[in-house]
Design a protein around this ligand. Structure first.
Ligand SMILES: Nc1nc(=O)c2c([nH]1)NC[C@@H]1CN(c3ccc(C(=O)N[C@@H](CCC(=O)O)C(=O)O)cc3)C=[N+]21
Length: 290
């Protein structure tokens, strides 16, 4: 069986172009420029790369980008005060506080402080709850990107068996909710699942979101299955440099999976494109448009 890569990079570029068109139409019709505020606490080099990419792609889409870089030892109260200021700022339609946060800051408290209407990460309990009960919600960007890729390549997902490996609030749980909404039969597997390989082998759609390099092996994949690899793990190479690998042993999946997202170039670029999509959605909803 030939295994085809899913080109998330190309799909994300197309999505960003469609978003840019909609942003320019919105400016023409309503005089509105969607604005995204990103809050980065500390100097984590990987986080800084994401924040830089986000800022550049936000500007490219014709949106306003507001960056707030705070020192690693910033007290929690200062972060909460900044969130309150951004909640009240009409130029800010979306707020993203980059995770993980330094130890002195309670991420749950910070997320709870974000206006759910501006919560473009979809991490606030109001958005998680709205997704769970089937109301309009801001949906976490990474799972949203996964679903877009799946629907683009498979069409209807109805009746397919989906196994999500990983139960995080930012990927696993919302991914399962979205697959259920698409009428999949959904299993959430995790570290305590009995016979994890056997469970994975039942999947028509296998979503790996555990953050462990190449944990999902080739013989865990049902022949012809669609594999969505959410993992972005930096591992050392022989020459002392590092390379990115996913949660799936990509080479082993060749000849078994039908479709698979590579790392990099699969789910990652979709995350940022969906952040822009959510910012546009939030701006429109805040102004009663669509
Ligand atoms: N509040 C919050 N929301 C997030 O969405 C969030 C976060 N915190 N903290 C960090 C993680 C990580 N994350 C990525 C987004 C895009 C790529 C991405 O575009 N990756 C590319 C390039 C990778 C590279 O080459 O460095 C790819 O996979 O092809 C990666 C990682 C969002 N995160």
């Amino acid at each position: 069986m030939e295994t085809k890569p899913i080109d998330g990079k190309a799909f994300a570029a197309g999505l960003r172009a469609r978003i840019a068109e909609e942003v320019s139409a919105l400016r023409a019709s309503a005089g509105l420029t969607p604005g995204l505020a990103v809050v980065l606490v500390g100097e984590d080099p990987a986080s800084q790369v994401y924040v830089r990419n986000k800022a550049a792609q936000t500007a490219e889409a014709g949106m306003a980008s507001f960056e707030h870089k705070l020192a690693a030892d910033t007290p929690e109260a200062d972060v909460l005060a900044l969130v309150a200021k951004l909640n009240a700022d009409p130029a800010v339609n979306g707020i993203l506080v980059q995770l993980p946060l330094p130890a002195q800051i309670d991420a749950t408290k910070v997320i709870a402080a974000i206006d759910p209407a501006k919560d473009v990460d979809g991490f606030h309990v109001v958005n998680a709850g709205r997704l769970a009960v089937g109301l309009d919600a801001l949906v976490p960007c990474t799972p949203l990107g996964c679903i877009m890729l799946l629907k683009h390549h498979l069409g209807s997902l109805a009746g397919l068996k989906a196994v999500v490996v990983g139960r995080s609030n930012i990927v696993g749980k919302p991914a399962a909710q979205l697959l259920l909404k698409e009428d999949c039969t959904v299993t959430i597997a995790h570290s305590r699942t009995r016979d994890l390989p056997g469970e994975c082998r039942t999947a028509d759609i296998l979503v790996a979101a555990v953050g462990r390099p190449e944990m999902v092996r080739g013989d865990w994949i049902k022949p012809g299955a669609t594999v969505i690899d959410v993992g972005i793990n930096r591992v050392p190479k022989d020459d002392g440099k590092t390379r990115l690998v996913g949660d799936v042993a990509y080479a082993e999946a060749q000849g078994i999976a039908g479709l698979i997202t590579p790392v990099p170039g699969g789910v990652g670029p979709m995350t940022i494109a969906c952040l822009l999509q959510n910012t546009l959605t939030a701006a429109k909803r805040q102004h009663g448009i669509a």
